[in-house]
Design a binder for this molecule. Structure first.
Ligand code: MN
Length: 488
């Protein structure tokens, strides 16, 4: 994984004398070091900024430093914000304003004017906040004591969203074949997406993949088979089908790694020269952090890779998902999500098993192997990025996943069951009203707030459907946003 860090830039000025500035620098370094112990990425104390030139230079450095994934600012003392203008107007990295304070308590007996002059974040951060607002900068504001767990958690989440920005800007998607014929929601403007989100989305011929597969050796397949056996139970006698998937996986991975692609798509309508749609192959690639989208859905593929990178340990529990069918029994209303093969094992509640079954859709000459499992219970989100024509809309819905309430022994694919918020049918009405796709990224560890931060940093429309959403409020919100985004 790439080395990433965040920079802690502390605002001050030269009116206070060297002693105060030394104290500010010392405390800032102490805070950055202590926070780095608990945050998912290092927070590097950079500077106690005292002048326009110094701030402009630091921001220029941040822009051009590939490891720097964002800046965190704070004003221990007062930092006149006109000195921030020249720097901030050229800022190209995610920006978080941490409105905190070195001390938790007011020291009632010791407090005097010297203390007041050193500890003035309460007004220093307001001056700093004004210039962020005045410049209309997309920023995250987090207020609270820096040692509080809640503050640290929010800063961690923002960092993960900022990592999502960095990953997005480097995203390359390998498309094997085009989108499924006639499908609308999986289409989109690739040029606009590259301008807005940084994604490079390009196509490779399935014939090139078949050629790559032909070059895979039996020894390479043996090695990957050992990996499969270590992670999954083999619940089929059809070992040839598993070996075929291993061959597909090795070839796809080789092509993606050669091009620096972190996500891919394919379609059952274009398998020319292949015996089977990649099932297990795609699932095991997803387990390694690659994004995937079925039926040529490159948007959901890239989003899957981005959410995975935002999740725990840089490869979290996020996966390509599809809403399939509903259980509409009163009191037990759930969605059943799955795909024809490709559900990521990072969602599994238990050890997955490899099975082979007939797949009727597409030109599969032979039964494809796939891993089958039940999804975990827990709170999560589903995410859909759609192209509204002239702009992108990110829709995020809160969900509660459950252990599948039915055994479904004849279902030959991995399955996840969940209830959309506020409740299944209202949630579905809201989702459909907003135009959300049948393909989503389902995540257990990325939150709606993190996606809101990500959307703000990427400058795209954000729609959240949660416990408090009503179809009426949502309709109004979409109408207003339609107008705003036409003006933007
Ligand atoms: Mn699909």
């Amino acid at each position: 994984m790439k080395k990433r860090e965040f920079w802690f830039i502390v605002g001050s000025q030269d009116l206070y004398g060297q002693e105060v500035l030394d104290t500010v620098a010392e405390r800032s370094a102490e805070m950055a070091a202590a926070l780095s112990e608990v945050l998912p990425y290092p927070l590097v104390y950079k500077v106690t900024a005292q002048s326009n030139a110094q701030i402009a230079e630091t921001i220029r450095e941040a822009n051009y430093c590939p490891e720097c994934a964002g800046i965190v600012t704070w004003c221990h003392t007062f930092s006149p914000s006109k000195m921030w203008i020249n720097g901030l107007v050229s800022l190209q990295k995610p920006y978080c304003h941490l409105a905190t304070q070195y001390n938790r308590e007011i020291p009632k007996d010791e407090i005097d004017m010297d203390f007041m002059n050193l500890n003035q974040a309460a007004h220093g951060d307001r001056e700093h906040g004004f210039i962020g607002a005045r410049l209309r900068l997309p920023r995250k504001v987090i207020a609270g004591y820096w040692k509080d767990e809640k503050v640290q958690k929010r800063l961690s989440d923002w960092m993960r969203a900022a990592i999502g920005v960095a990953v997005s800007k480097e995203m390359k998607v390998m498309r094997f074949g085009d989108n499924m014929r006639e499908v609308a929601v999986t289409e989109g403007d690739k040029v606009e997406v590259q301008i807005k989100l940084g994604w490079q989305v390009n196509t490779w011929a399935v014939g090139d993949l078949v050629k790559e597969m032909d070059a895979v050796t039996e020894a390479e397949i043996d090695a990957l088979m050992a990996e499969y056996e270590a992670s999954y139970d083999i619940a089929t006698d059809n070992i040839a089908a598993i070996r075929y998937q291993a061959k597909e996986e090795i070839a796809m991975k080789r092509m993606m790694d050669r091009e620096g692609c972190k996500a891919f798509s394919n379609t059952f309508q274009d398998l020319y020269g292949m015996e089977q749609l990649p099932g297990l192959a795609s699932q095991h690639l997803m387990a390694q952090g690659y994004g995937y989208g079925g039926e040529g859905d490159w948007k959901v593929s890239a989003m899957t890779a981005i959410l995975k990178a935002m999740g725990e340990g840089g490869n979290g529990a996020s996966a390509f998902m599809e809403d399939y069918t509903y259980h509409l029994v009163e009191g037990q209303e759930y969605s059943l999500g799955a795909h024809m093969l490709e559900v990521c094992p990072s969602l599994a509640a238990d050890r997955p098993r490899i099975e082979t079954h007939h797949l009727g859709i597409g030109m599969n000459e032979k039964d494809p192997a796939r891993v089958v499992f039940e999804g975990k219970a827990g709170k999560g989100i589903v995410v859909s990025l759609i192209d509204m024509g002239g702009r992108l809309r990110l829709i995020v819905q809160d969900i509660e996943a459950v252990k599948p309430i039915l055994p479904m022994p004849n279902l030959p694919v991995a399955r996840v069951m969940w209830r959309a918020l506020p409740d299944l049918t209202t949630g579905v009405e809201c989702w459909i009203t907003a135009g959300g796709a049948h393909h989503t990224v389902l995540s257990y560890d990325v939150t709606a707030d993190m996606m809101r931060d990500w959307a703000r940093m990427m400058d795209i429309e954000y729609v959240h459907i949660g416990a408090d959403t009503t179809p009426e409020k949502l309709e109004e919100e979409l109408l207003v946003k339609d107008l705003i985004w036409k003006l933007k």
